[in-house]
Design a protein around this ligand. Structure first.
Ligand code: ZN
Length: 124
């Protein structure tokens, strides 16, 4: 039987439980190349040999990931909600989320709005 684990909180997700999948493609961005006459007459063989020499001693996986990386996540409903709100910081271990500012609570803390008192009128 296939078992899933939430990639956010680590909770085991029963086979029949609601779960969400996230599929992220991270690609190197390139602009459209403009080929000129100079590009056509240049010695591409020498460039290719130099490139191969530079890449020869690098980790193939690292080279591949500089161009393309696919990330797949399984999330429980709680982590899915958090992910949608803040895709880059959805799990507490990734740092504090920016807390939303509750204007009503702020005004109440100033004693405005508790006894029918209204904030001072604005310019309009
Ligand atoms: Zn989770």
């Amino acid at each position: 039987m296939i078992r899933y684990r939430c990639d956010g909180c680590g909770a085991e997700l029963p086979h029949t439980a609601l779960r969400y999948t996230v599929n992220i493609d991270v690609r190197a961005a390139y602009d459209v190349l403009e080929v000129t006459l100079l590009d056509l007459v240049r010695d591409h063989r020498a460039e290719m040999i130099e490139l191969i020499e530079r890449l020869k001693h690098k980790d193939p996986r690292e080279i591949e990931e500089t161009v393309y990386k696919n990330i797949k996540l399984d999330l429980c409903p709680s982590c899915q909600r958090a992910f949608i709100r803040a895709p880059l910081r959805f799990h507490p271990e990734q740092g504090e989320r920016e807390t939303e500012i509750d204007i009503d609570a702020f005004l109440r803390s100033l004693g405005i709005g508790e006894s029918g008192e209204k904030p001072a009128a604005g310019p309009d």
